[in-house]
Design a protein around this ligand. Structure first.
Ligand SMILES: Cc1cc2nc3c(=O)[nH]c(=O)nc-3n(C[C@H](O)[C@H](O)[C@H](O)COP(=O)(O)OP(=O)(O)OC[C@H]3O[C@@H](n4cnc5c(N)ncnc54)[C@H](O)[C@@H]3O)c2cc1C
Length: 428
């Protein structure tokens, strides 16, 4: 079977050119990048009466937003314990409170706008392969419930089979407030809403040579120059050299996914009885899920090799490590995209030289990208702009220009941690 190198999602919704619209020389706000962040920012601004242009370098739907796993995790990369250690209990709580609000806000938006994106609040099961104490997991779950009102269920080895027919996990936790979407459908639906609300979108139009002129911004494109009172940069892991300030602050990492051939709904239901979303409590664990039609399984992880065949084999081996029943199953699709990490592994929204930069979603942007895009809009509208992510220092390293030479070292370190089984990701 030939493996399709385009995202499985594009079979339902492929990238498109923007609808025909006339060029504008001056607007209130220019947004660079048409993913969840850019659209998340543009929609509330247009609704508040601002003229908004989104510039997108490629076709609409070629960035990470329409390539991702579609898990509405809204996760934070540091564990709860790490957050408490770094920021103290009260601030650590604020991160979780905001994650809960951001997830709910996405669900409300999908419902209010009747977005056709296969949203299903099925929950997420986190498989734990090592011998973590069940008592400790239950204590953490109780604490989480007490603090945030969300009941995490803890499964022992036998209980794992309620979620997945896998020999890999000794225990697991289930979060009911995480679900799945079809990412490309969600992106296209957000584009529909934005265009309806009078956002002008220009695909194949890179924002280049970006300059501040007095209090305004001047952005050159091959279509012409546009000036704007405000500028939001929503390019995240695809930030190029034309945006050096942001590029120096993000570490782009490749994330990739395989989709199996059709297995049939009965077989998938047998393997994943509750058809939930899945993650693993490992530094380099996999994320996986059934396809929205329940006929295939999609599994993703970080790319560790630049060789496509090797990296596909690694993902397939990861899938078989979880579900050895799939040993004769073929891979139908294998694709990749970029995710972006700030050095402290927490999402950011920063203003530098007047430009607003929401970025660095650490592979959990389905929730965070749209949320921090909205916060960027809030900063311009002077309402609903509060976020715990705005007062974090967005730092960089001397001489770092956005080419992460140190990544292989970091990946080896994480591999070693997984081998020694000292994961820090058990948290709810
Ligand atoms: C394989 C994969 C799996 C993932 N799985 C999940 C998941 O299951 N759950 C989850 O929550 N998150 C997941 N993510 C992460 C999530 O997709 C991203 O965090 C999110 O899409 C970021 O959205 P964005 O709008 O900021 O960036 P993008 O969607 O990448 O959009 C940025 C856009 O900016 C454009 N651009 C760049 N420079 C310019 C320029 N100069 N001018 C004009 N346009 C420009 C790019 O072309 C791009 O389209 C995954 C990501 C990948 C790659």
């Amino acid at each position: 079977m030939e493996v399709n190198d385009k995202p499985f999602w594009w079979e339902a919704k492929a990238p498109i050119k923007s609808p025909e619209t006339s060029w504008t020389d001056h607007v209130d706000v220019v947004v660079i990048g048409c993913g969840f962040t850019g659209l998340g920012a543009a929609i509330p601004l247009a609704r508040a009466g601002h003229s908004v242009v989104i510039l997108e370098k490629n076709n609409l739907g070629e960035g990470a937003a329409a390539r991702n796993g579609g898990i509405t995790s809204g996760n934070l990369r540091p564990s709860n314990k790490d957050l408490v250690r770094r920021f103290g209990l009260e601030k650590a709580k604020q991160f979780q409170v905001e994650a809960i609000a951001a997830r709910q806000d996405l669900y409300d938006f999908i419902e209010q706008e009747k977005l056709d994106c296969d949203f299903n609040l099925v929950g997420r099961f986190l498989g734990i392969p090592d011998k973590t104490s069940l008592d400790e997991l239950k204590r953490d779950a109780d604490q989480f419930y007490k603090n945030f009102g969300i009941q995490t269920l803890v499964s022992d080895t036998k209980g794992v089979s309620d979620y997945i027919d896998s020999p890999k996990y000794k225990s697991g936790t289930f979060r009911p407030d995480i679900g799945g979407i079809h990412p490309s459908k969600l992106l296209h639906e957000m584009i529909r809403v934005a265009v309806r609300d009078k956002v002008k979108i220009f695909s194949q139009t890179a924002g280049e040579n970006i300059k501040r002129v007095g209090q305004s911004f001047k952005i050159q494109t091959h279509r012409g120059t546009v000036t704007a009172e405000h500028l939001i940069v929503a390019t995240n892991a695809y930030t190029g050299k034309e945006l050096p300030w942001l590029r120096r602050r993000l570490i782009p990492v490749v994330s990739e996914i395989i989709a199996t051939e059709e297995l049939g709904e009965n077989f998938v239901s047998h393997l994943m009885p509750k058809k939930t979303m899945f993650g693993e409590s490992l530094e380099l664990g996999h994320y996986y899920r059934p396809s929205p039609d329940g006929k295939r399984i999609l599994l993703g992880g970080r790319r560790l090799s630049s060789n496509i065949i090797e990296s596909r084999e690694r993902l397939k081996a990861g899938l078989l490590g979880i579900l050895p029943q799939l040993k004769d199953t073929k891979v139908s699709h294998h694709w990749f995209g970029n995710v972006a990490f700030p050095f402290d592994q927490l999402p950011k929204i920063a203003i530098h030289d007047g430009v607003i930069y929401p970025a660095g979603f650490c592979g959990s942007g389905t929730v965070w990208a749209r949320w921090l895009g909205q916060k960027a809009a809030g900063m311009i509208l002077a309402e609903n702009a509060e976020t715990v992510f705005s007062d974090q220092k967005f730092w960089t390293l001397p001489f770092y220009k956005g080419d992460p030479w140190f990544l292989p070292l970091a990946m080896n370190y994480y591999k070693l941690r997984d081998k020694l089984s000292s994961p820090n990701k058990h948290g709810t």
